[in-house]
Design a protein around this ligand. Sequence first.
Ligand code: AMP
Ligand code: GLY
Length: 441
Amino acid sequence: MKVLVVGGGGREHALAAALHRSGAEVFSAMKNNNPGIARLSQEVRLVQETDVDKVVEFARAKAVEIAVMGPEAPLEAGLVDALEKEGIGCVGPTKAAARLETSKSFAREIMQRHSVPGNLRFASFDDLEEAKRYVRESDTELAIKPVGLTGGKGVKIQGEHLQNLQDVYEYLEEIFRRDIGGGSVVLEERAVGEEFTLQVFCDGHTVVPMPLVQDHKRAYEGDVGPNTGGMGSYSAENHLLPFVREEDFQAALDVIQRTVAAMAEEGHPYRGVLYGQFMLTRDGPKVIEFNARFGDPEAMNVLSILSSSFLDICQGIVDGALSSTNVSFANKATVCKYVVPTGYGTAPQAGKPIEVDEMAIAEEGARAYYAMVSAEDGRILTTTSRSMGIVGIDDTIEAAEKACERALRHVRGEAIYVRHDIGKADLVSRRVEHMASIRKA
Ligand code: AMP
Ligand code: GLY
């Protein structure tokens, strides 16, 4: 079957690899020439992924039957709506259903309307002075979030990035002045705990969970520095996380199932992958945000251990038949570390070559996924975004981390950076202790 993959990052390389493994003929539409995706594709169209007309024209010309969406921007641009009009089934929500990600106020409000548990106290503002007043009168610390898409970099937390009231005011002023994320803002209660990601496949009604993953958003080791799209992530062999109990997982899954039911009830059935970012607090999991797509890097963790056919899953999503589709994952742990250009998060050095020995990486029991690099004249060059994800796979997190580190030795470049602490026993046990102290408090 002919399947179109939209997007050119590490997540989409993992999508293309999983489709290829399950026998699909892969076509891809992306803005950068990702060499990993290109190699797996019958044909590549270099195009802005939000250029709906061009992507639809390519899909039609190649007679693809299913399109799998990687990033969120094309969802917001209405690509799924346009492809479905052409009779092409999509793994990814319509523009209206993607509001779970593209509008932070929509997500909070639909949870509220349907009494979905796991919501946080929140208020949305399109007036600066009213927002300031809410901050002044709030009796808890707040998370300050531009309403629309900001590439995962627009959220600032009181007590973390913003030290005092003045800092909060200045950030609010900046959001309104520079029209960040559409120039309106959601203020929500700051949740305290440990974060985890729960991704599910969804066909409009049936929800099938994937293994839990923990991402690391801060740019530097020890969880300091600016927030990024994600520097790396791990998952455990039992598909939970060392600080997450079975009942916490069930509570998070219940939140997602009820949200999906709410979407269907309101006439916007959700099809595709739904990503729940949760904070595990002393009162259970709270929703930090939804994403209307796989996470990046989290897709690389879970797709690397998917042991059933991804093509069948995509077909199940499109046909509304997930309840009778086999979805299974190997009982393996994974550790993914992103190789990024030096300065990523502040002033990334683009256009620098990296060298990758893929054979040696495979021999270490790891997988290599290319991200936002460009292949030019036989060389692989960095851009300002993340370069390549390396995933170690083994029976425990500790062994998977070691496999990842061995594999990383086969990626060379003079201007690259890796957060080596991700998945190491030290960092994982700090998370476990942090969660234990929160449960006790
Ligand atoms: P987001 O872009 O919504 O994922 O936010 C980026 C990061 O900010 C999250 O991964 C959290 O670490 C943090 N964050 C967002 N909202 C909250 C909140 N309500 N309470 C505490 N931390 C938050
Ligand atoms: N890893 C976070 C995200 O994909 O949004």
